[in-house]
Each structure stands twice: as structure tokens, then as C-alpha cells.
Ligand binder design. Structure first.
Ligand SMILES: Nc1ncnc2c1ncn2[C@@H]1O[C@H](COP(=O)(O)OP(=O)(O)OP(=O)(O)O)[C@@H](O)[C@H]1O
Ligand SMILES: [Mg+2]
Length: 387
């Protein structure tokens, strides 16, 4: 296997499909090692633009533009899940695109995704495919209530989801399902914690996992990630073993995140995957011996992977559009162990990810105390933002 590994030294061009904050942080990690960056994104401007050498402004389904990106790139990667898989497949035929289209094809559809998680030996929520009102009634009887109805494609940050608590909820939704579509009904998992694990796999079949982290969401958007261990015996090992097996079975190259639920009996359930660096891995920039971005670049370029070691417990807080005014007004009041990362996006819309803050400490309790203080300073703890 190792024989087939393509080694890519700087100043080779890394071409990124998707120019959001993930692309920006990948580009920053790669640039500091001497690589050049090309990016394709429909936005004007896009967050990756200012740190890229070449910028292609085009829709993701513009094959000609994607081919131009490929033509100047030595290796290609994507940082966004909704890049059309057929475009990636077309590029893969003639360019070096080790992440590949297959894992994208799976992650773009919740049904395929759940089936793949199960096939790799992971526990999932009970689920049924749904494409009509009658199927919804049958699915609700099979998985039980409460349950969550999700669109198979296109959902993110909790969008395209309905919680069904009662038989009346099922009836209301079933009666309204007159347009053809594809959904998945999942039994509600009574989790005690949400977690995620990130694995990075190399073309030489090496894989390295980052420490398991705890995630807290608000209004469907990640709010806070805590990295600092303290898991019940066996939980982290199980999560990392699932991630390694899944990555190997699907020939993943680069970063892949698995979102998980922890149950009261300390067993775990897999929710979904993201075949790219993940918001819950941003803490690694300040709290780990290697960041998820640098590790992703290493795998793309055929370099041996590093073993990620937590260097300081870190709590990450996402900065959304609504937090920006307060952040800038309170700028000098933030404690020095709160490392602010801003993506340079100019329009601070409600719910838009504008940056994040990594709060570090010598213990997880100290890091969490700093994060609590930051939340108070940024008024994330009042004005209906709690919970
Ligand atoms: N089966 C379930 N049982 C309990 N809670 C769930 C279940 N599925 C989803 N949730 C809750 O809804 C959140 C969003 O769901 P999910 O991650 O599947 O969707 P998403 O919209 O793709 O989000 P993301 O932004 O992570 O892509 C989860 O983080 C979790 O809090
Ligand atoms: Mg999710």
C-alpha cells in the first residue's frame, strides 16, 4: 500500500473545493508549511480567498471551473459536504483527489449514511426510510415515539428536521406529505451527552484519531466543544475503534468526523459522519500537538501522520453573527488564555459562523471556567441564549 503513496512536497498547489472557514484553516496550515493554495467557491468574497494563491469563483456544479481548479492543483480536497459527488468523480478520473467521491456520495444521503454506519458495525438509532404519509405512519409504529423526521438530503445545523412527540404530530406530518420526497424517521436517542471523534487516514492505510470530545448544541448549531478526557472506561476506545474501522472500510483519505451519542449505560450510538475537518475539531489548533487541519494536509501530501496528543484541556466556543458586536465591544476584556479565531467574514448574519474561541487551561475545569467567563462577557448566558 505504502508504495502507491504519492508524496507531494511544497510549493505544490493544494486545490480546495469549498472556501469557507474550513478551507481557510486548511489553507493557513498548508501555507505555513510552504504549500500553495487554490480554492473554488461560489461566494464573493469567500473566507478562504484572502489566504489562497488562486481563487475560482464558480458554482460547485460548474464542471469547467472545477477542471480549471484541477488543472493547476497537484492534489485536490473538499471541505464542504454538498459538493456534487459526480463533479468529484469526474475530477478523480484525471486528477489526484485521494478523498474521492464515494464517501461524499454516502455522507450526502442520511439513509445511505445510516446503512454504512450499521454495516461497519456501529450501533445507530432505530430508523426507517420514509417517502409517503403511509410510510411515515408505519415507520412511527416501528421506531416508536418520540422520533425525528429528517430529509435524506441537504440538511445541516438541524435544518430539515421535525420532532414527532405524539400520534397527532405523526398524523399532521403524514397528511401533509403530498409531495414526493425522501426522508428518514429516527427513534429519539435519550442521550446523556453528544460527542464526536475525528479520524485522519492516510493513503498508506495509517490512521490516527483525535481525542473524543463532548459537544453542546444550541438551536441545532454547535455551541461548545469540551476536550479534556474524563470519559467513562472504554468509551473513547470504542469511538476511536469505530472511526478507524469505518475509515479503513471506506478507504477514507483525510479527516472524517463521526458524531455520537453517549447513553446512560455508557454505551454509544453513531449519529452521522462528515468526511472532512469538523467544527468540533477546531480546539486542536490550540489544545493538541497537531491540528486536524495540518493532519488532513499531511494525509493528502503522503506524509506520515502524527499521533495527536492533547497538550492542554480546551473548551471551544463558536462565535455566531449575533455575538460579533459584543465581542468587538468587549475585545480587551477577554482573558489571555481565550484564543480568538476570526474568519474575516464581513456579513455578521444571525446564526452564521464567524469565528471561534479556544479557552485553554491546565485542567478541564479551568478551561471550562474560562469558557464560562467568556460566555458571560459575550452575553451568551442571557437574552434567551441559554440552553
Ligand atoms: N435520533 C436522534 N435522537 C436524539 N437527538 C437527535 C437525533 N438525531 C439528531 N438529534 C439532535 O439533533 C442534532 C442535529 O442532528 P444531525 O446532526 O443529525 O443533523 P444535521 O442537521 O446534519 O446537523 P449538522 O450540523 O451536524 O450537520 C443532533 O446534534 C442532536 O442534538
Ligand atoms: Mg450533526
Amino acid at each position: 500500500m505504502a508504495m502507491n503513496t504519492k508524496i507531494i512536497p511544497p510549493p505544490a498547489v493544494i486545490g480546495i473545493m469549498g472556501g469557507g472557514q474550513l478551507g481557510q484553516m486548511l489553507a493557513l496550515a498548508a501555507r505555513s508549511r510552504g504549500y500553495s493554495i487554490a480554492v473554488l467557491d461560489p461566494g464573493t468574497p469567500c473566507a478562504t480567498g484572502p489566504v489562497a494563491d488562486y481563487v475560482f469563483t464558480a458554482a460547485y456544479d460548474d464542471l469547467e471551473a472545477a477542471q480549471q481548479l484541477a488543472a493547476i492543483s497537484d492534489v485536490l480536497t473538499y471541505e464542504f459536504e454538498n459538493i456534487p459527488a459526480p463533479v468529484v468523480a469526474a475530477l478523480e478520473a484525471h486528477s489526484y483527489f485521494p478523498q474521492g467521491a464515494q464517501i461524499l456520495h454516502i455522507s450526502q444521503d442520511r439513509l445511505r449514511e445510516k446503512q454504512a454506519l450499521e454495516a461497519a458495525g456501529m450501533q445507530t438509532a432505530p430508523y426507517r426510510a420514509v417517502s409517503s404519509g403511509d410510510e411515515l405512519r408505519q415507520a412511527a409504529a416501528a421506531v416508536g415515539l418520540p422520533a425525528i423526521l429528517k430529509t435524506c438530503q441537504g440538511g445541516y445545523d438541524g435544518k430539515g428536521q421535525h420532532v414527532l412527540n405524539t400520534a397527532a404530530d405523526v398524523e399532521t406530518l403524514a397528511a401533509g406529505m403530498d409531495t414526493p420526497g425522501r426522508w428518514i424517521l429516527e427513534g429519539y436517542v435519550p442521550f446523556s451527552k453528544e460527542m464526536s471523534v475525528i479520524v485522519v487516514r492516510s493513503p498508506a492505510d495509517d490512521s490516527q484519531c483525535f481525542p473524543l470530545v463532548a459537544n453542546e448544541h444550541r438551536q441545532g448549531i454547535l455551541h461548545r466543544t469540551e476536550a479534556g478526557g474524563g470519559w467513562p472506561a472504554g468509551v473513547e476506545e470504542q469511538a476511536q475503534q469505530w472511526a478507524r474501522r469505518f475509515a479503513a472500510e471506506h478507504n477514507v483519505v483525510g479527516a472524517l468526523a463521526i458524531e455520537l451519542f453517549l447513553l446512560a449505560d455508557d454505551t454509544i450510538v453513531a449519529n452521522e459522519i462528515a468526511p472532512r475537518p469538523h467544527n468540533s475539531g477546531h480546539w486542536t489548533i490550540d489544545g493538541c500537538s497537531i491540528s486536524q487541519f495540518e493532519q488532513h494536509i499531511r494525509s493528502l501530501c503522503g506524509l506520515p501522520l502524527a499521533e495527536p496528543v492533547l497538550t492542554q484541556p480546551t473548551v471551544m466556543i463558536n462565535l455566531l453573527g449575533q455575538h460579533m458586536e459584543c465581542l468587538l465591544a468587549q475585545w480587551a476584556k477577554l482573558p489571555p488564555q481565550a484564543y480568538v479565531h476570526l474568519y474575516g467574514k464581513n456579513e455578521a448574519r444571525q446564526g452564521r459562523k464567524m469565528g471561534h474561541i479556544n479557552c485553554c487551561g491546565t485542567t478541564l475545569a479551568a478551561a471550562a471556567a474560562t469558557a464560562d467567563a467568556v460566555e458571560t462577557i459575550l452575553r451568551m448566558r442571557c437574552c434567551g441564549e441559554e440552553g
